[in-house]
Design a binder for this molecule. Sequence first.
Ligand SMILES: Cc1cc2nc3c(=O)[nH]c(=O)nc-3n(C[C@H](O)[C@H](O)[C@H](O)COP(=O)(O)OP(=O)(O)OC[C@H]3O[C@@H](n4cnc5c(N)ncnc54)[C@H](O)[C@@H]3O)c2cc1C
Length: 441
Amino acid sequence: MKNSCSRREFINRLGLSSVAAGFCANSLFADQFSPTKDEIESGKAMTNDRNKSAVLKGGRIMQPERELIQKCDVDVLVVGGGPAGVAAAIAARKLGVNVALLERYGCFGGLFTAGLVLLLQGTFSKVKGETVQVARGVNEELIKRLTALGSNCITDWKNGKDPDADPESSKYVLSEMVRESGAKVFLHSWGVDAVMDGDKVKGAVFESKSGRQAILAKIVVDASGDGDIYAAAGAEYTKYSRYIGLVYRVGGLSPDKKVNSPIKGVRWGGSGNEMGDGLNVEDLTRLEMDLRKRIWDSFEKTKKAPGNENAFLLDVASQLGVRITRLLKGVTHMAYDTAVKPDSYKDIIGIASKSPSAKNQVYIPYGALVPKTVDNVIAAGRCISMDLNSAETCRLIPACFTTGMAAGTAAALAVKDNCTPRDVNVGKLQGILKENGAYLG
Ligand SMILES: Cc1cc2nc3c(=O)[nH]c(=O)nc-3n(C[C@H](O)[C@H](O)[C@H](O)COP(=O)(O)OP(=O)(O)OC[C@H]3O[C@@H](n4cnc5c(N)ncnc54)[C@H](O)[C@@H]3O)c2cc1C
């Protein structure tokens, strides 16, 4: 067989082999194609405007003032497409407002999918002796869709057991849920700054291969996990260093009934955790390389164990396992001992749990999502206003879906009622959340 072929030949061959085998798995994928006429004609001679570059002035690197391209103007901008961001975008769209969703990587799910953290821990809890599904709404929709896709996508959960999900099926399902919501999506787009008007957030600046651009918004939901946008806007927060891990999966193992995995013979594990600052690029670089080495060393040992001769390293997470970096100083700062009491807050927007047998639940108040000082930004996910003990429960994936859903709903409500997030009618918010399937106790 000759090694190069025209695009049409390639497509034809791919189509034929796809029908025959369901996928294509030979030298046809070798990237050796002659350029087509269209490809040749797409070439344009260009020179970029050098006046936009940073300049050296007296040994200091200065960025000249420049106007940014306004990409769009929306009601609600969600920064971060992890569990919290996806839930926020879908929830806001449910109220009919315009939504844009910005994600720095090429997929949705954040640490859950790209981080390979696959256990939807705290979907269930023990409430007054009964097993109750506390994470509902968007979390439940995801679980149901994965179940409908069939085996290998999610483990059994109907018996009140927190399910383990497959990362690729989950990325696909989340992507379709976002697409169906009608939110305008920007992938490969990194939110780097807030657009401010006094102490009011008016949007966010982002970087992508298209350069530095901005999106204007009435309300911004910061679901970056690290509070990148509320920090840029000047909101108060506490910064922590915590143990950082890297998750991986090994395949080709002898199936073990005790292991809860959607794919037989595949198991996931975390490399040894190490302290690090998730906002420090040197720490992130060192940990990414050290933990990858540690994973390989550990895999070598796994392979040598009897019965594991066919084991292979299936994948290593593309998103480093950063647990906590910034925690907001919100209108209400959740202290664990207070937050586990059902009557502490009047503005509960969701309940978080650690496991189906957990006797303590954390009752999350809306005030933990709203910054004390800056206006028009709402936090969601693992960077809301809480102490570290509360975070051990509220940073889990189902809880982040829950706070995301609340943040998106509140943002849309603020737009519709023409008020700031701190003035949102909490009774109305709780009513809409319940209508959309949330569990508030
Ligand atoms: C090692 C480890 C193990 C864990 N194990 C479990 C477990 O077993 N079960 C469980 O339920 N939870 C577990 N967790 C916790 C859980 O995975 C996370 O806390 C949860 O996913 C947080 O959701 P989030 O949406 O707030 O943030 P993330 O999941 O971090 O999502 C944030 C998203 O925003 C994007 N983003 C970040 N900054 C920007 C920016 N500036 N601009 C644009 N996009 C941005 C990211 O790419 C990402 O997609 C674990 C966490 C770690 C680190």
